[in-house]
Design a protein around this ligand. Structure first.
Ligand code: 13P
Ligand code: SF4
Length: 312
């Protein structure tokens, strides 16, 4: 990542403030490269939750989206958890408003509720187990075969798990606005042009994309798999922010980011990209925006999260 004069000034200021506040910067792979490079820890949702649980810092500056920062707060009530931009949401989390989710849960009293971590604390509080893209199959398989399951909020991840495990699950009708818009046509064109390429996809993609994937996994596992591949050309069906790390772990390879439908820029997560160095500095200076949770919700949400961490 090239550092210009203005960035250098901002980075120096950020690092000084981080020290003063005894803060740690956790960041997701979809953040801008400059944020990834200044972070103390980078990871997928599971690794970020695990790291948040064990940090000794007084302040967690979470460069990701709201549900990720909220997860850090659920696990660390005594710490100050900051997010550079409170508007950094997630279409999956937004697809499951707590009042509607309550009705859905109540309509399935004999089902266990497994929720993808991309949901609000209120939804977590109504769930029995949380999962992420890196442990979803394992978590579902840990549930006895005769136990009925409701899975929320990502219907495509849910469909992928059903295919992998053979388990029947009732699915919530939610999607990620980034992963649902990858273009199958573009993927076919790329595969015709580069038949020797290798396709890596995130399980939030619909099946019409996943059917072409040679590897399906979380952002961390996509990076790990790419670092081991012999192929020189890799097609990436997830948010292109990940390419910054891919180029680090597998230099010299060509990474092709799968475009969205009709050439739109919808393969870029607009929420993740709201975070900037300026907003990170402001968050550390002012200790806000801070994630605040009602304690009753936090305690209820902690249970299914801890269940996931024990099973991971
Ligand atoms: P990962 O946990 O695989 O990083 O996924 C998070 C996410 O929001 C993907 O869109
Ligand atoms: Fe949510 Fe999709 Fe953005 Fe991930 S990429 S944070 S699932 S909107």
């Amino acid at each position: 990542m090239k550092i210009n004069g203005n960035n250098k000034y901002l980075l120096d200021k950020l690092i000084r403030l981080k020290k003063e506040r005894n803060a740690v910067i956790l960041a997701h792979y979809y953040q801008d490269p400059i944020i990834q490079d200044v972070a103390d820890f980078l990871g997928d949702s599971l690794a970020l939750a695990q790291e948040a649980k064990k940090t000794n810092a007084d302040v967690i500056l979470f460069c990701g989206v709201h549900f990720m920062a909220e997860t850090a707060k659920i696990l660390n009530p005594e710490k100050i958890v900051l997010i550079p931009d409170l508007e950094a949401g997630c279409s999956l989390a937004d697809s499951a408003p707590p009042d509607k989710f309550r009705l859905w849960v109540d309509a399935h009293p004999d089902h266990i509720v497994i929720s993808y971590i991309n949901c609000s604390a209120a939804v977590k509080a109504m769930s029995d187990i949380i999962c992420t893209s890196s442990n979803a199959v394992k978590i579902v398989e840990s549930v006895p075969a005769e136990q009925k399951i409701c899975f929320a909020p990502d219907k495509y991840l849910g469909a992928y798990i059903i295919k992998k495990t053979g388990r029947d699950m009732v699915l919530w009708d939610g999607t990620c606005q980034v992963h649902e818009h990858f273009s199958e046509m573009e993927l076919i064109n790329l595969l015709n042009k580069y038949p020797d390429s290798f396709v890596l996809a995130h399980p939030e993609c619909p099946d019409n994309i996943l059917q072409y994937a040679d590897f399906i996994g979380s952002t961390s596992s996509i990076i790990k798999e790419a670092s081991k591949r012999k192929e020189n050309r890799l097609i990436i069906a997830t948010e292109p922010g990940i390419i910054h790390q891919l180029e680090k772990v597998a230099p010299g390879k060509e990474f092709i980011s799968l475009p969205g439908l009709n050439g739109c820029a919808c393969n870029i997560c607009p929420y993740m990209k709201l975070n900037t160095l300026e907003k990170m500095i402001s968050a550390l200076e002012n200790l806000e925006p801070e994630i605040i949770l009602p304690e009753d919700i936090r305690i209820k949400a902690l249970k299914p999260l801890e269940r996931m961490l024990e099973l991971s």
